[in-house]
Design a protein around this ligand. Structure first.
Ligand SMILES: Nc1ncnc2c1ncn2[C@@H]1O[C@H](COP(=O)(O)OP(=O)(O)OP(=O)(O)O)[C@@H](O)[C@H]1O
Ligand SMILES: [Zn+2]
Length: 730
């Protein structure tokens, strides 16, 4: 018998290394790209992913053999593998780390790709056994009653119930363990689907739906510009219902899933158990379980945040990116990818449609629609009987303010409550006040580790840095001169909440920000209160602007719109307009019309003036003209080289060294300059901005720079990173 020539495999590790490692494949193993292997690495063993086989073994080096293979199938199927390889090159991030982000934590750590035995439950009583308004617990019992063979813990959590719900019912002996039915026999998908899951589409919605390409037509990008409350979510549901084959998978990306549990519930009314979720609050077991469903090709509709776009789908037929302009789609550290842009590339690889939906599309996507790369679909009327809200500017120069609110604003809130409606007050900072200041010596309390001021949080008697989480106890006297004229300056959500609570003592005031929603389930409680329809005042940050549907909110107040007007970040005006229109869009979504009051000291600023017309695309046209004149994205490709070190000199020195190599024809460089917050958590940060007309050339130069830097020995403590298509340029 002829001897088999030695077979080799090139393997990626989950390390920040821009290189791969070659190993011998033992005779008894067959390997293909995407497979998970265990390999000797240094004195230990490590989990790796096969990138390539059949590579020529380099002369003179003895390769070690692969220890073992975890699965007979590739953990990353071909399309997922290609997507991540492309991303590694596009975002200049090491391939190994990119590939490993597509694995659930358990598989990264070398655990087997199988689930722990799932416990199965069946109902021992009906929902009527529970007194009071324990809605979720009742719903769980009702669910189990509809499934006489029982349901597994994982299927229940996938449906939005928590382990805590299950434990509670078990303790009360209202449910009991039962024998597992094979997964195939799990409760069918049809019996939880409501008979009348939602309204019929309006003619405008139907017309928009008709314009979206079908999965049968292969790759296409539709930019659905639908004003707030126009019923985009309803349209996605109808589209999927009509177009998605029974055996296919779909991906719905959303910016933040925990904030909008109603969205998941709406999808469940249409698709029952076919809906699964993916977000940061899942535990390792839930992640593995969902990952396996996707990898096994189960015909699920996955609703997930950013990283869901990296999952190993095998029969993906449609991708939807809701609120496509949202900055949370861009990962801010490590592998800095854009979930939206990867969704578009994934649809291209997969030859399927992708729908980007927003009331305030990103300038990138809008420009792609203008130049014909994407199809622009407009939906410019509100669903049902709702009318767009009217927006007015309230100049607060030389008006006395009470806790940041002017008299006319307070009167408007009063009127709204008297009419039996709800008001929403938007403040762009959590905490009580952005800074504590001494009115005797002028001292302002700063973070000892960052170039920022500490935010005063009165509820916890603390001063906190919102950039590094440094925290110290609040003092009553100025820490510098001991004066008691030490006072909070400016507005935070806590302060506005207090002022409103004392002005309207008989009305519930509900605060929604990162602090008030930290506890699991707290947002559900808040939404329940709001959805009860009783008059109340909601106070909160950006969180309130995102995708909520509060039919009884008729007044929206923006406490201060001026923050983003004069920022140096070229994206600031776009983000300001998006936030203001999104938050405005929460007003008047039901029967009654809505009113928006924007408090400002710059009521003649062109951005705010045109905001009053409320027509986003007109504003977007203006912004695009400015971007083009300034040579900014989307008219040129941009990347930022960032450096950080224990001194600013070291950071700047590294970027100075890079700059000549980056200064090739066609590439413009800005900097190096200290970052807007130059010191953060005691690291001194600087940046060098690169702009180029030609994205390929920029990519080429960046790759070159990375290779060079990898071969150089850097001074100790210096780190560098590249941010392609940066969202924050400060
Ligand atoms: N055809 C319809 N008839 C009646 N009501 C509808 C219709 N379509 C949607 N609605 C209702 O209108 C409201 C807004 O719809 P939806 O949440 O889908 O809008 P949206 O465009 O996704 O909103 P936003 O972008 O502002 O978050 C919802 O309460 C929804 O149930
Ligand atoms: Zn800090």
């Amino acid at each position: 018998m002829k001897e088999r020539p030695p077979q080799t495999a090139r393997i990626a590790l989950n390390r920040p290394l821009r290189r791969l490692f070659d190993y011998l494949i033992p005779e008894n193993l067959q390997l293909e790209p995407g497979q998970r292997v265990n390999i000797p690495f240094g004195r230990q063993s490590a989990t790796g992913l096969v990138v390539e086989t059949g590579v020529r073994p380099p002369n003179g080096i003895t390769l070690k053999p692969v220890h073992s293979v975890y699965e007979s199938w590739p953990a990353l199927p071909n399309e997922t593998f290609q997507l991540l390889s492309w991303a590694s090159d596009y975002y200049q991030h090491p391939l190994g780390e990119c590939l490993f982000t597509a694995l659930p934590p358990a598989l990264r750590r070398g655990r087997p790709a199988s689930e722990k035995q799932d416990t199965w439950w069946k109902a021992a009583a009906g929902p009527e056994a529970l007194a009071g308004n324990a809605h979720r617990l009742k719903a769980l019992l009702a669910w189990l009653q509809r499934h006489p063979h029982g349901a597994s813990t994982s299927s229940l959590t996938a449906a939005g119930f928590t382990r805590e719900h299950i434990r509670t019912l078990q303790k009360r002996e209202l449910i009991e363990e039962t024998e597992a039915v094979s997964t195939k026999g799990e409760p069918g998908t049809t019996d939880t689907i409501s008979d009348h899951p939602g309204p019929v589409l309006s003619p405008a919605q139907q017309q928009a739906a008709n314009q979206i390409a079908s999965p049968r037509d292969g790759f296409s990008v539709s930019l659905l510009y639908g004003i707030t409350g126009s019923g985009k979510t309803e349209l996605y549901l109808h589209y999927l219902k009509q177009q998605l084959s029974a055996s296919a998978q779909a991906l719905v990306l959303v910016p933040e899933i925990n904030l909008t549990p109603q969205t998941v519930a709406r999808f469940q009314r249409y698709f029952g158990q076919r809906i699964v979720v993916w977000h940061s609050a899942l535990n390792d077991g839930e992640r593995l379980s969902t990952w396996l469903k996707i990898r096994n090709g189960e015909p699920v509709i996955l609703i997930g945040t950013r990283s869901a776009v990296l999952l190993p789908f095998t029969s993906l037929q449609t991708i939807i990116v809701d609120e496509e302009h949202d900055s949370s789609y861009k990962q801010g550290e490590g592998f800095r990818y854009s979930g939206r842009d990867m969704a578009v590339y994934r649809a291209h690889l997969n030859n399927c449609p992708v729908i980007l939906g927003s009331a305030t599309p990103s300038l990138e996507s809008y420009q792609n629609a203008l130049n014909g790369k994407y199809q622009l679909i407009r939906l410019e009327e509100r669903a049902g009987n709702a009318k767009p809200p009217s927006i007015s500017l309230l100049d607060i120069r030389s008006r006395p303010l009470e806790g940041g609110l002017s008299r006319p604003t307070i009167q408007a809130i009063e009127q709204c409550l008297n009419d039996g409606q709800q008001a929403l007050v938007f403040v762009n900072r959590r905490g009580f006040a952005p800074v504590m200041m001494c009115f005797d010596c002028g001292h302002m309390v700063e973070c000892p580790r960052c170039d920022t001021r500490l935010t005063y949080h009165r509820r916890d008697r603390a001063m906190r840095c919102h950039h590094c989480d440094y925290q110290t106890a609040a003092t009553e006297h100025c820490p510098k001169c001991q004066s008691d004229a030490f006072k909070p300056v400016g507005q935070g959500t806590e302060r506005t909440e207090d002022i409103l609570a004392s002005t309207f003592p008989d009305t519930p005031v509900v605060r929604v920000d990162r602090d008030s929603t930290q506890r699991k389930g707290s947002i559900q409680g808040i939404l329940k209160k709001v959805n009860s329809g009783e008059p109340c005042i909601l106070v909160g940050t950006q969180m309130l602007a995102k995708g909520h549907d509060f039919p009884n909110v008729t007044l929206v107040v923006v406490v201060n719109a001026d923050g983003g007007l004069f920022s140096v970040d070229f994206r600031a005006p776009e983000q300001l307009i998006q936030t203001l229109l999104q938050v405005s869009g929460r007003a008047g979504r039901g029967e009654k019309s809505g009113q928006v009051l924007v408090q400002t000291c710059h009521s003649d600023h062109p951005i705010l003036k045109s905001l009053r017309q409320g027509h986003y695309l007109t504003l977007a046209d203006q912004l695009l003209t400015e971007r083009e004149a300034g040579g900014f994205p989307p008219f040129r490709a941009m990347a930022i080289f960032r450096a950080e070190a224990d001194t600013m000199a070291k950071s700047l020195e590294l970027l100075d060294r890079i700059k000549p190599q980056a200064s090739v024809p066609g590439i413009e460089t800005w900097g190096p300059l200290p970052a807007m917050i130059a010191r953060r958590a005691d690291r001194h940060r600087a940046q060098l901005v690169l702009c180029c007309d030609n994205r390929k050339r920029l990519n080429h130069v960046l790759s070159h720079l990375c290779q060079n830097l990898d071969q150089q020995k850097l001074p100790s403590g210096v780190k560098w990173m590249i941010d392609v298509d940066p969202q924050e340029t400060g």
